[in-house]
Design a protein around this ligand. Sequence first.
Ligand code: ADP
Ligand code: MG
Length: 313
Amino acid sequence: MSQTVVKIDNLVKRYKELTAVDHFNLEIKEGEILGLLGPNGSGKTTTISCLLSLLKFEEGTIEVFGQKMNPDSYSLKRDIGVILQNVAVFDTLTVYENIDFFCGLYVKDKVARKKYVEEAIQFVELTEFQKFYPKKLSGGLLRRLNIACGIAHKPKLIILDEPTVAVDPQSRNKILEGIVELNRQGTTIIYTSHYMEEVEAICSRIVIMDKGKNIANGTANELKLMIQNNETIYIDMRVLPHEDLENIRQINHVYSAEYANEQLTVKCNGGKHNLIHIMNYLQEKGITFGRVHSELPTLNDVFLEITGKELRD
Ligand code: ADP
Ligand code: MG
């Protein structure tokens, strides 16, 4: 059995009358990359801030590495690396000096610290920029500096809060690859995002959050099996008589069919040959059609089925 790294029980955090985190539960085991996926405002950052004891909360308990987390739990904080949503570095320090400062909060030995700082710089590939001041860095490089500051002291748990928002694709890929590599080296990761593709690509387990609640929990495949949607088929066509739409709705495994903007959208559950049944029907009726494509369920479909709204705003 791997060790429990984080245990959040029944967390409630209110900002006046708004309940930002609502009886939220989460348990994370050593070695996981836990994706906390939810739309903007769902309570991800608030949960992270409570976890780090940066915010007081109304109800619940939080344990990290089996111990209760408090604002002055310095020995616990030594083992946690935090990369917050808003970049937090010093404008008056260079790239090297910034990383050295944050690493120095936890690593006092000078020789070890120098090694750690250099490793962090290499890790985020900022070697050429180590003498630069943050103001001279592009958005993507600045994010990478922010990450280096959070990981240089080699924590056992790393928490990244939306590290790829407004980041160019190249830096974004570097960040995602870096997270996977840190995990491969044994670090437990909490990764929050509202981008389902990223969460699906790198996370070993996903918790979907909405309105402060944990609404679903599992691997991407487990989450997709929880819902009835198995395939969504899109067929372009100029016209579709209402009677035919009704008939398509009666085809085996079809649970929803809509026609709008010259496109037929058919949602199916179960079964593997849904597309062929629909094509056969259209052919039989002599209905002409254009482009056809079919999509397997996404995490957005999971979110849509549970909450009735899209994950993306
Ligand atoms: P996320 O990180 O998922 O986007 P947040 O945790 O930032 O969500 O916010 C959750 C909810 O709490 C939102 O409705 C947000 O407007 C509200 N909120 C966040 N921070 C504060 C604050 N300091 N004061 C009042 N309301 C806040
Ligand atoms: Mg946030």
